[in-house]
Design a protein around this ligand. Structure first.
Ligand SMILES: [Zn+2]
Length: 555
């Protein structure tokens, strides 16, 4: 990371200091629409491709890939959508404003018709997909595991030799240094993208308040698979409540949802519970029955918020996840050896990165991400299993491809509105380092990470503003939800009511600003004004706290 980029990060982070400075920057940005990048001249070159896939230069087969994509996509329109989803959208302030005016004007209950129209189109597309693929569905059971590691920098995986298990998955699979530049780098919006196949702007999200109606419009991968074939066993194991909530939302939720609240006052211990539950789920897989498991670890992200992503604690949290991944892969390998006709496909991804230095602290929490530095927008995808080349790199992958990929692995045609593509369709852009071995892969991925820059200045400032305003209602919600969660008695409802009023007083203006900054799918007035939601699924009994060691007793 060059000093120039750090300065750019400083500018972006400076937006946090106050809205005034951000508005001032907007003014500068508006006057400077000719400039495509906020960064230094060197990063400007990179940012030209920042939307921007290094692969476009490295793959001699790009043309062939496009042909394959054309064949694999159900409609030209969806191809166009997918392309748009991979590029930074805002091109000028004038376009932004005119788009905003055209959409805000209709941001009244009257637009429900057009929104429902979108929903119906989506549903119809999904149904068409189902019908189209029933005849081609394989009778061989399919097993897919997606491992989500929140807030994880690929560079942190690569740089620490202790991460043996993730590095082994990289060495034996196909890996992307991917980017989500131009999209909000917040967890709820981003995991929604990963688990629905549409970017958060389309889904209408920009902060971490769970909105159940989102998934009625944009079915999750669990909804999609369960609708396609209710016989598929879908399992979600997570230690962040939003993931359990997303898994429980929409038409047909996941079959099994296990949510682990913070245990033993340690996110690493909590991640260990997730890892063990995931191992158990793999071991309990039923032969002959297709299964889809999503395992989600929050510990790395939360540690980054507490200590920053450059800290030894962050590295330790990642190594802890790596050990859990090792145990999960041991269970997978045992299964594969016993059932060679039903091997697992394993996909690993993250929702965003984090800046590796201390930032502004609000309470105990640092704002480690949410903006558009390359640290935050660089993500990764590892695909490991039959059909994925060993030791290859494919930087055309994106985390938005996860849901279409899982769809395709189960024989379901992804909905036509999907922003991503099945990774299998991108195989033409695989490339391998000249030298064999992990070190060469590591170097090639590091080179790819270094190519990523900022979005253009208008997009950068717009997304910073979106994140800052979106944080306010989320903060209000968090305070009142925390205050009333364990409360009983006559005061609970009045306090919740005051919280709901304050939340909507900040949320509705934030929704308007989000629309102005390119969030096309949000509802300015939420269909449900009561923001409090429950967490579905089971909350397994945590093990008894460890018995103190003799040394501790002696003390
Ligand atoms: Zn986070």
């Amino acid at each position: 990371m060059s000093r120039a980029k750090q300065l750019c990060v400083g500018v972006a982070a400076g937006g946090l200091v106050g809205l005034g400075s951000t508005v001032a920057t907007v003014a500068v940005a508006s006057a400077d629409t000719g400039n495509s990048d906020a960064g230094s001249s060197s990063s400007a070159v990179k940012a030209g491709s920042s939307t921007a896939q290094p692969k476009a230069r490295t793959s001699p087969q790009a043309k062939a890939v496009r042909t394959n994509e054309a064949l694999s996509q159900p409609a030209a329109a969806s191809r166009k959508t997918a392309t748009a989803g991979r590029t930074t959208t805002a091109t000028s302030a004038a376009e932004l404003v005119s788009l905003a005016l055209s959409t805000v004007g209709s941001a009244t209950p009257g637009t429900g018709h057009s929104r429902r129209g979108v929903v119906m189109t989506a549903s119809a597309a999904a149904a068409t997909g189902n019908n189209a693929t029933v005849t081609t569905q394989s009778t061989t059971p399919t097993h897919v595991l997606v491992i989500g590691i929140d807030g994880t920098n690929l560079s942190a995986i690569l740089s620490n030799p202790d991460n043996v298990n993730l590095q082994a998955l990289i060495s034996t699979g196909t890996t992307a240094a991917s980017t989500m530049v131009g999209h909000t780098t917040m967890s709820n919006p981003s995991w929604t993208g990963i688990l629905t196949g549409v970017w958060s702007e389309t889904a209408g999200l920009f902060n971490n308040v769970f909105t159940p109606w989102t998934y009625d419009k944009w079915p999750t991968i669990f909804n999609q698979l369960e609708t396609y074939d209710p016989g598929i066993q879908t399992t979600v194991i997570a230690d962040w409540e939003n993931i359990a909530q997303i898994a429980g939302a929409g038409s047909i939720p996941a079959d099994t949802i296990k949510f682990f609240p913070k245990y033993n006052n340690s996110w690493l211990d909590t991640d260990d519970l997730v890892g063990q539950a995931s191992v158990d789920a793999i071991n309990n897989t039923t032969a002959g029955v297709s299964s889809f498991n999503f395992t989600y670890f929050v510990g790395v992200d939360d540690t980054g918020h507490e200590y920053d992503a450059g800290s030894p604690q962050y590295a330790a949290a990642l190594t802890n996840v790596d050990q859990n991944v090792g145990e999960i892969m041991a269970a997978v390998n045992t299964w594969n050896a016993a059932h060679p006709d039903e091997p697992w496909t394993v996909l690993v991804t993250t929702d965003h990165g984090q800046v590796p230095w201390p930032t502004i602290r609000l309470g105990s929490d640092m704002r480690a991400h949410g903006f558009q530095t390359p640290w935050e927008t660089t993500t990764f995808v590892i695909a490991n299993g039959p059909g994925f080349e060993q030791g290859a790199i494919n930087n055309t992958y994106s985390n938005i491809d996860i849901t279409p990929t899982v769809d395709a692995l189960f024989g379901l045609t992804p909905p036509s509105y999907s922003a991503g593509k099945p990774l299998m369709d991108l195989a033409g852009s695989d490339y391998k380092p000249v030298a064999p071995g992990f070190d060469a892969i590591k170097q090639a991925l590091t080179d790819a990470i270094a190519m990523y820059g900022y979005p253009n200045v208008v997009t950068n400032v717009a997304l910073d503003l979106r994140t800052i305003v979106g944080f306010v209602p989320y903060f209000v919600y968090t305070v009142f939800n925390g205050l009333t969660a364990d409360m009983s008695g006559p005061l609970k409802l009045p306090i919740q009511f005051i919280g709901a009023l304050l939340y909507q007083a900040t949320n509705i203006p934030a929704q308007i600003i989000a629309r102005l900054t390119g969030v096309t799918g949000n509802q300015i007035i939420p269909p449900d004004l009561w923001p409090y939601t429950t967490v579905p699924g089971t909350q397994p009994e945590p093990p008894a706290t460890a018995v103190p060691t003799p040394v501790a007793i002696a003390v």
